[in-house]
Design a protein around this ligand. Sequence first.
Ligand SMILES: [Zn+2]
Length: 169
Amino acid sequence: MPMSSPARFRDPGFWKHHFAISDRILVRCPKCERQAEVVTAARGARENPSLCDGPRRLVCRHCGLSRQRKKGHPVAVFLSGAQDVLDPYFHEPLWLQRSTRHGHLWAYNPEHLDLLRQYVQATLREHDPWYEPWRKMGLFGRLPSWIKHAKNRGEVLRGLDHMRASLAT
Ligand SMILES: [Zn+2]
């Protein structure tokens, strides 16, 4: 990443489901409740950039669970208020999520978490969604307003840091 002022954030213009189709999504293992992951079954073979019905596996290094997604099992994006947010493929709770006084924070994987942190940390945004209505459909334009409020920044950053600290090494 090029060096730039930490107070600047350049919206990469990601589609709203950019991270939902990641090769790797962290979830809570349905068997041992520790950190597991949902991965594309055929690594390297990039699927259609859509919420497609492609092969996915849920694997847990802690208890050895390995599940293949059944063909036809519905793919769904969960955008919740206060409840757990689930992964689109197995519908297990995301590993990276945390409630704050203002609302629920969640991320599909560490890359998503890092980008959220950069966004919240930035005081100046390259693309202000209010002036670019088409970006409201993008990942950052669609974030709830409480995440964007400067007065909530400290608490949101603490929540994101707790999520980061929960990652298995
Ligand atoms: Zn497990």
